[in-house]
Design a protein around this ligand. Structure first.
Ligand code: ATP
Ligand code: MG
Length: 362
């Protein structure tokens, strides 16, 4: 799939701009603070319905304006589609091929993207919540049902946590929360288990080709239930219910829910060691590239087409060898690259690309 064109009106520092893209590589060059990442962010908005930088949509509306508008023509399965996004101060609306979508979950799976930014390079060092965000973002694009289920889970979780703040509790009510929570959790555990296991298989191959030898590389799914391949949504649901019941007194004392998929994490093992704890910076970078390249393959396997790849300022973070490897791995994938250094354009010599110079939102 690829984007043909993008129009931004009152989006961040853009007043009104329309850009036609190359179906292969698009290099967005400009000094710091000129609006390079803003373009990538707007593409991400069209795919996922929110920003990858902020959870506050209104920040994307140009200062002093009421609404921001993003529109794009994109090609999927050989067919032309349009997506239009209107972001207001407290609401957003989206249209596909001129028709309004009723729920954000209907947006997912139209335009698929994979982002690779300096934050992703550091993902293995970051907190578990960042890694959960990464997993959820990827699975949601492949499976809108996952997104809907996860939203329900989060809603019930926050209701349960709010209820636990009360001094007097009605136990049957806590149990109702638990049943609802566990029902959503069962499917979340299964989707995460399957995603991580597939990602791990792909990443082993990419990792070997980056380091130039066969080395152990594994992504483990860390969860409180020790979910295995023989678990089912039902077995996960009842195991969590049993755990919540057993730990209910703890939760009541802490006035918080200590068990469930909101406590999950992933662990990357290279050569028997946890990369987060023992990996060098270079090993962590290699691992993050292997994971990103795997995401591209996984999305293609699940959806039939490569997603669009957004590379935000990653070349300054990678050495020449890793830069080259990344670029050689992305043929046939429409890629948007931002960089503040003209020198990075040379890395793409011999490829088909277009260059866009950005200066103050123009
Ligand atoms: P860098 O190379 O440092 O990453 P960049 O070119 O990627 O820079 P962006 O993050 O795309 O820069 O854009 C930042 C600019 O956008 C800043 O100058 C900021 O003031 C401006 N900006 C951000 N939000 C808004 C907004 N809501 N309205 C107007 N301008 C905004
Ligand atoms: Mg930037």
């Amino acid at each position: 799939m690829h984007l043909d064109s993008l129009r931004l009106v009152n989006y961040r520092n853009y007043s009104d701009v329309e850009i036609s893209f190359n179906p292969n590589i698009n290099i967005i060059v400009g000094k710091n603070g000129q609006g390079k990442t803003n373009i990538l962010e707007s593409i991400y908005f069209l795919a996922v319905g929110k920003s990858f930088r902020t959870s506050k949509d209104r920040e994307a509306v140009k200062f002093g304006c009421k609404n921001a508008y993003i529109a794009s023509n994109f090609i999927k399965n050989g067919r032309k589609n349009t997506l239009e996004f209107l972001i207001g101060s407290s609401s957003k609306a989206v249209k596909k091929n001129g028709l309004a979508l009723l729920r954000m979950s209907e947006l997912l799976g139209n335009l698929n993207v994979v982002v690779f930014s300096p934050e992703d390079i550091r993902i293995l060092k970051d907190s578990p919540s960042e890694r959960r965000r990464f997993i959820d973002r990827e699975i949601s694009q492949i499976s809108p049902r996952y997104y809907a289920n996860l939203s329900d889970y989060n809603k019930i979780l926050s209701q349960r946590n709010n209820y636990l703040k009360n001094d007097k509790l009605d136990m049957p009510l806590v149990e109702i929360f638990d049943r609802q929570l566990c029902h959503c959790a069962g499917a979340i555990y299964m989707a995460r288990r399957d995603f991580i296991s597939k990602l791990s298989e792909y990443a082993l191959e990419f990792h070997s080709s980056i380091v130039g030898r066969r080395e152990e590389f594994r992504i483990n799914y860390i969860n409180q239930l020790n979910i295995g391949m023989d678990d089912t949504p039902q077995s996960a649901e009842s195991a969590l219910f049993e755990l919540l019941s057993r730990k209910r007194e703890d939760d009541i004392r802490k006035r918080n829910t200590g068990y469930g998929p909101h406590r999950d994490d992933i662990q990357v093992i290279v050569d028997s060691l946890d990369v987060k704890i023992y990996g060098s910076q270079g090993q962590q970078r290699t691992a993050s590239i292997a994971i990103k390249l795997s995401e591209l393959e996984l999305m293609k396997a699940e959806t039939g087409e490569y997603p669009v790849l957004l590379l935000d300022d990653v070349f300054s973070e990678l050495d020449e060898k890793r830069q080259k490897l990344l670029i050689d791995s992305i043929s046939g994938i429409q890629t948007f690259v931002t960089t503040a250094e003209n020198a990075h354009i040379d890395i793409f010599e011999g490829k088909e690309y277009a260059v866009f110079n950005i200066d103050g939102g123009k």
